[in-house]
Design a protein around this ligand. Sequence first.
Ligand SMILES: [Fe+2]
Length: 202
Amino acid sequence: MSSAEEIAARPLKPELLRLNGISRVSVEAHYRLYQGYVAKRNEILARLQHTDMGAANQVYSDLRALKVDLTFALGGIKNHEVYFEHLGGEGGEPSGAIGTLIAHDFGSADAWRADLKATAMAARGWAWTAYDWDERRLFNFLGDAQNTFPVWNATPLVALDVYEHAYFLDYQTDRASYVDAFFENLDWGVVNGWVAAYGIPG
Ligand SMILES: [Fe+2]
């Protein structure tokens, strides 16, 4: 496999265009950005393949820009793939294995929701619920961009996009109402599928 092998954007599930309180126009805005991150990722890897790493100092600033942009593009892909995949459900209380993990690590579903909502209000880009394999617990992490501030060896299970494009068309500056709508569209079956597929211990 070549290191510059291209990937393609995943298709958007039809149910994403019929969410409760998150409009089709907003979802399409996310999707266009996501397609852009995929194209950027392919372009950067192709350029890196043709960069002479043994060349003089002047390539380092170009290399730096490419490597930083690569993390932004990959983050934009991964974050949106979680976002698209786990929306389209009926919300409600976290059930099954994820319900047990949330109760154990946050005390209750209400406490988890309050913490994730506050994290989302404080963030500039994303709030995630992720399982940290070293700490062996869930955290609600804060992100200011596609590439800040995830930590190593943690797996995102909930990804809440709070970039302005996520809510401004539907709610203008009322981000809190968008966050409430996000919770109402979560598909816990999808999240539990990830918990099982990754082998996260209960
Ligand atoms: Fe987005």
